[in-house]
Design a protein around this ligand. Sequence first.
Ligand SMILES: Cc1cc2nc3c(=O)[nH]c(=O)nc-3n(C[C@H](O)[C@H](O)[C@H](O)COP(=O)(O)OP(=O)(O)OC[C@H]3O[C@@H](n4cnc5c(N)ncnc54)[C@H](O)[C@@H]3O)c2cc1C
Length: 375
Amino acid sequence: MILLNPKTENFEHLDSQSRQLLKKTVQWFETKGKEKLKHDDHHRVWYSDFIEFVKKEKLFATFLTPAAEGDGETRWDTYRNCALNEILGFYGLAYWYMWQVTILGLGPIWMSSNKSIKEKTADLLQNGGIFAFGLSEKEHGADIYSTEMSLIPQNDGTYLAKGSKYYIGNANEAALVSTFGKISETDDYVFFVVESNHEKFDCVRNVVNSQTYVAEYVLNDYPITEKDILAKGKDAWDMSLNTVNVGKYNLGWASIGICTHAFYEALNHASHRRLFDHYVTDFTHIKQLFIDAFTRLTAMKLFALRASDYMRSASIDDRRYLLYNPMVKMRVTSQGEEVIDLLWDVIAAKGFEKDMYFEMAVRDIRALPKLEGTV
Ligand SMILES: Cc1cc2nc3c(=O)[nH]c(=O)nc-3n(C[C@H](O)[C@H](O)[C@H](O)COP(=O)(O)OP(=O)(O)OC[C@H]3O[C@@H](n4cnc5c(N)ncnc54)[C@H](O)[C@@H]3O)c2cc1C
């Protein structure tokens, strides 16, 4: 079957190392169990247990270090990353978000030509580090031309970073936070890295009421040298958009994972519930709703799979991803909302219950069309 079934999926289409790591990830969530997953969601528990697993199994190091920067055991491979995206969406969007913003934080680093930061990043990943991407600012949303974060040049050739960022996932614990700003004297764009545990890094607060940490942070004259700079000018600007492109693609897979889990819950409930001497799944309109949801979900997955070819072959000459990627972002994720609406008509009151995955799905599915830019 095209839909992920974590109980039977062997990831035969992938190499043995990837297969093993994905199966271990599924097993980790199955062992944690739905009751604890729901408890941690309701109590907004920071997922240090999952971060510990990521570190122990070198999960992000293996999946997110490009071969050229790694130890021979790693590669950045969009095709296999799809599988991990889907698994994380399936078990809980909070876990997926921690991986997603790590990917965003790594984007500008791997795209840069700053060799020493790349080496440091590969080491940090090996040691279980998570990352963050500081693009958005409170007052400016999608309008990144208006970025106010500044690097102020000093007489000795260094800079002081001054300004704040908003909605930045993982910024509470990120080993490195890739931060977008402008050089005050020239107005040139710049991407640089800061450490979240530096004394001049002020993690002000979590702006959401969730397991995830979506931070407002302030750089208070944070000292920056050329060694911390990833790129300046057009390269820095291009890095921000290209990184967001990678993130946009992942949103579709999170949506597919959420819808798949919700589909199983709805089917399980309806096929066991007897009303008026019928199973709910016998009612004609329920069959119609399931067929509609299944067809849309299958199309979401097939389209996202097809688009992975264009993401993988993307280059200055092969720009097909520029059509397919926004469609994965917007069309696949908004179809995901529709799938959940259809399934909610099936599962009805049960979908509100606190120990169901469905209750999280109806909340989380709405996030995906809104992340990585609203358009
Ligand atoms: C939970 C969460 C986590 C996030 N994590 C991160 C993160 O880790 N790092 C990060 O940098 N950002 C992050 N973001 C920010 C996210 O990317 C922003 O939501 C995004 O930048 C858009 O800003 P906005 O939502 O404030 O919408 P706005 O930009 O304020 O847009 C408001 C409305 O105006 C419309 N609009 C905007 N521009 C145009 C235009 N040119 N033409 C037509 N219509 C337009 C939009 O479609 C939208 O309907 C996160 C956001 C959330 C909610």
